[in-house]
Ligand binder design. Structure first.
Ligand SMILES: [Zn+2]
Length: 208
């Protein structure tokens, strides 16, 4: 089986950080019957990364991707909480200051069995008609989630760094009460002693 190890980060390409991860992985994998054939390093460029991944899919059966060997200011840590909920942490210039928490959720209300044919577009197909992307949950709450990520990505592209730490907490079971996702996210932040100055949740809705 052909295994490829891919490391991602400008800090690796520039030599600011030395990549020990690939060597470690390559030493450990033969013990479970996997031999590494390729090491690839690529900078933080989206098109380059997708080219490298496509090449890996063509020539390797297994691709192991390591990123965030930083730390650099553009690194945003993502954690998966309670199986499916997501917590992104964008550290501010003053990490001790009270933080900002922006929330959204990925789950949607179900579809009444037997009514699937009543939809103009199938509720879970994600069909695009060039003007709109049609799908269950676009206004509640995927539109909000996309707006949050677009805003963060636009700010990252400008080289912006927030004064205070910004958290994005994206739940997976809001429509049934959030007892797993939001509860676990809140418990995690509380356990870390995070103090919040501002919280925004599900601010309907994004229109143009
Ligand atoms: Zn909602």
């Amino acid at each position: 089986m052909v295994v490829e190890v891919i490391t991602i980060g400008d800090e690796l390409i520039s030599g600011k950080v030395v990549d020990n991860n690939s060597a470690y992985i390559s030493r450990r994998l033969p013990a479970i019957g996997l031999d590494v054939r390729y090491h690839t390093s690529v900078g933080d460029n989206k098109d380059d990364i997708s080219r490298v991944l496509r090449r890996a899919f063509n020539r390797s059966q297994v691709a192991i991707v390591c990123g965030g060997l930083g730390p650099t200011v553009d690194d945003i840590t993502r954690e998966v909480v309670a199986g499916y909920s997501l917590l992104y942490t964008w550290e501010g210039a003053d990490p001790g200051a009270p933080a900002v928490l922006l929330m959204g959720h990925l789950d949607v209300v179900g579809v009444e069995p037997g009514t699937e044919g009543d939809w103009e577009h199938p509720p879970f197909a994600g069909e695009s008609d060039d003007r709109y992307l049609w799908g269950r949950g676009t206004t509640d709450d995927k539109g909000s989630v996309i707006a949050l990520f677009e805003a963060v990505e636009a700010l990252l592209a400008e080289g912006f760094r927030p004064d205070v730490t910004l958290y994005l907490a994206i739940g997976h079971d809001e429509e049934v009460g959030g007892t797993e996702g939001a509860a676990a996210l809140a418990a995690l932040l509380a356990a870390r002693g995070v103090r919040l100055d501002f919280v925004l949740d599900e601010a309907h809705r994004v229109a143009y």
